[in-house]
Design a protein around this ligand. Structure first.
Ligand SMILES: Cc1ncc(COP(=O)(O)O)c(C=O)c1O
Length: 465
């Protein structure tokens, strides 16, 4: 038998599932951060690849003893860095099935269930998010690539000759100073040119200023440039600030510009009825990216792009070699027509598992609870005069700092992360070093946060001595 014999697979499969179940039952038994030094793991692994196969028991032992201790554990209730994300039981089980079937949904014919499940699941999610039926959804690996495809669609709509003649100069993208770097990177990769990315200034709550946007568009038109696309963010990486999408949509309509909304993190606030208003206006966008792998308990990677004018992207990218032509082409969606990559994992399966297992009400209840925890943290921090909250907290991220020098705050985060009990990342806002306390892991409880707040305060007290 060339592959693993089924009896061995069964035995090891049980062992792996037991390890996963133990981990998920009590992730706190593992330190969230690693004390690994650069090069440490590499030094412990053989420099040359195996010649003969090795026993799976040894491979699994090395996973437990070498890999896990060298990892920062993202799927951990005390992980609060970047955005705190979760995989979940149904998503993990789906990943195993995805790998087992190993489908490639490049065209409908290559695996009809992959394409049709993606269509159904993305239509369900569209309904959960309260978006109009006109949106066409498709999955990519990351928000960065979803945004690249949105920018490409915007560009192709404004400049259809680009496909054949190449990128003409002078097309401009507008976004805010707090936009994710993927916007600028995408513009660079697509030939807009970094000099044609306008980073519009912010109001006191870190939101894009619409008056400055209008001025920038006007100035560019006067200079003979071609305004093309505005990227608004609902839930910025730095502070989760929410750009005024409805007002930006008005500008885009008036100026005939494509509006892309980066809701990679914040889109799922729409699940909680009393928070839906935060996203007012996104239904008027031309494209929206949102990431189930950020805030819908779906294992990485899983990003979704909703497009109102899918033909612009198809026009830019569709190129069908003979071996991929099928008799059904005119009746079906072939997702490869809308992506740079040909091959497509069966990501829809994991989102389907997650959406069905949790259901809308439970997802909304978990989100509501997490948003409330962020408010609880805000109150604790505000009540301690040694600390300050550094930005408004509309969603599940609290930026805070000691009222002390940047060096003190840097020391605070270093010491906290060195305990292995908690993981924070930092940012700099208005020149001030801040710690980011992101809530989003499905296992995080108020008891975790209480323990962490005690740790933060005692660590800060140690610094002051
Ligand atoms: C607002 C926002 N947009 C885009 C991204 C990029 O996400 P991805 O890692 O899926 O490319 C991030 C990452 O944190 C983000 O916070």
């Amino acid at each position: 038998m060339p592959d693993m014999p089924s009896q061995e697979f069964r035995r090891l499969g049980h062992e792996v599932i037991d390890w996963i179940a133990d981990y998920l039952r009590d992730p706190r038994a593992f330190p969230v951060t690693t004390q690994a030094l650069p090069g440490e793991l590499k030094a412990r692994l053989p420099a040359s690849p195996p010649i003969a196969g090795e026993p799976m028991d040894q491979i699994l032992a090395d996973f437990r003893d070498l890999i896990v201790p060298g990892a920062t554990l993202w799927n951990h209730p005390r992980f609060h860095g970047y955005f705190s994300v979760s995989s979940s039981g149904p998503g993990i089980l789906a990943e195993a099935l995805i790998a087992t079937l190993n489908l490639n949904g490049m065209v409908w014919k290559s695996s009809p269930a992959a394409t049709e499940l993606e269509q159904v699941v993305l239509d369900w999610l569209r309904q959960w998010l309260g978006l109009p039926e006109s949106f066409f959804g498709m999955m990519y690996d990351t928000a960065s690539l979803s945004t690249v495809h949105a920018l490409l669609a915007a560009r192709a709509k404004a400049d259809p000759a680009m496909r054949t003649l190449g990128a003409a100069p002078g097309f401009v993208v507008y976004t805010s100073e707090q936009a994710h770097s993927s916007v600028e990177k995408g513009a660079m990769a697509l030939g807009f040119g970094q000099q044609n990315v306008r980073k519009i200034g912010l109001d006191s709550q870190y939101r894009l200023r619409v008056d400055l946007l209008e001025q920038a568009i006007h100035a560019d038109r006067m200079a003979g440039l071609r305004p093309c696309c505005v990227v608004a963010t609902t839930g910025t990486t730095a502070t989760t600030s929410i750009d005024p999408v409805a007002a930006i949509a008005d500008v885009c309509r008036r100026e005939t510009l494509w509006l892309h909304v980066d809701a990679a993190y914040g889109g799922f606030a729409a699940m909680v009825p009393e928070h839906r208003h935060l996203l007012d206006g996104i239904e008027r966008a031309d494209s929206i990216v949102t990431n189930p792998h950020k805030w819908l308990f779906t294992p990485q990677d899983c990003s979704i792009l909703y497009l109102r004018h899918k033909d612009a992207l198809r026009g830019a990218l569709s190129l069908v070699p003979e071996y991929l032509r099928t008799a059904e082409d005119s009746q079906v969606v072939n997702y490869m027509d809308y992506t740079m990559a040909l091959g497509r994992r069966f990501r829809a399966l994991k989102l389907w598992f997650v959406m069905r297992y949790f259901g809308r009400e439970r997802v909304a209840a978990i989100h509501r609870e997490q948003l409330a925890l962020a408010q609880t943290l805000t109150r604790w921090i505000e009540a301690d005069p040694r600390f300050e909250v550094s930005a408004p907290v509309p969603l599940g991220l609290v930026c805070f700092r000691l009222r002390a020098s940047n060096e003190h705050n840097q020391q605070l985060i270093n010491r906290l992360n060195a305990t292995g009990q908690v993981f924070f990342t930092h940012n700099v806002l208005d020149g001030k070093f801040v710690l980011r306390w992101a809530i989003g892991n499905i296992h995080t409880t108020e008891a975790d946060l209480t323990t962490e707040w005690d740790l933060i305060r005692s660590t800060a007290a140690g610094l002051e001595q």
